[in-house]
Design a protein around this ligand. Sequence first.
Ligand code: ADP
Ligand code: 5GP
Length: 191
Amino acid sequence: MPNRGLLIVISGPSGVGKGTVRERLMDDPSLHLVYSVSYTTRDMRPGEKDGVDYRFVDEKTFQEMVQSGGFLEHTNFVRHNYGTPKKEVFAALEEGKNVILEIEVNGAHQVMKKCAGERLLTIFILPPSKEELIARLEGRDTEDPAIINARLRKAERELEMAKDYDYRIVNDELDGAVAEIASIIRSRLVN
Ligand code: ADP
Ligand code: 5GP
C-alpha cells in the first residue's frame, strides 16, 4: 500500500498568479503532483480546455452534484459556482498522489474542517502590492472591467484570511515563489 498522498490547498486573490505557480509546480516530476480539476458554471476563457482547466457545466448539472454530495467543497465566487469533485480527490490521495486544490478562501475553510484528519498543507499566495495585483488582473485581459472590480473587492476580504493558512508566500519574482513553495511541499513529503 502506498502512503496516502498530501492534500495541498493553494489560495490567493484573483490575478495573484495561482495558476501560473501551479503549472510550474506541476512541471517538477519529483513532487508527484496531480491537479484536481474543478467544476464551474463560468464561461470558458480563450485558451482554456474543458476537462483540463475546469469541467465547464451548466447550473443544473452543478446543483445536481451538490445534491448528490459529489463535492468535497463548493462555493459561489463573483456570480459563478465552483466545486471540487470529492471522489477523484480521495481516490488520488489513496493512490499516494499529492493533490493540488487551487481554490478560494471559503472552499479552503470547508476543506480545513472536513479534512482535518488528512495530511493537509495550506498555502496562501500574496501579491507584492495592491497595484501589482491590479496590473496582473488587468494585464491578463480575461474579464471585463465590472468583473475585475468585483474580483478586486473580493481580494480585500480574501487577504484578511491569509492568516488561517500554514504558509503565506509573496509571488513577487515567479521563480523564487515557485522554488519556495516546492521546498515547502518537499518538506512535507513522506519518503
Ligand atoms: P490567478 O490564477 O491567481 O488568477 P494567473 O496565474 O492567471 O492568476 O496570473 C495572473 C497574471 O499575472 C497572468 O498574466 C500571469 O502571467 C501574471 N503573473 C503571474 N505570476 C507573476 C509574477 N511573479 N510576476 C509577474 N506576472 C505574473
Ligand atoms: P477563476 O474564475 O479565476 O478561474 O477562479 C476564480 C476563483 O475561484 C479563484 O480564486 C479560484 O482559485 C477559485 N476556484 C477554482 N476552482 C474552485 C473550486 O473548485 N472551489 C472553490 N471554492 N474555489 C475554486
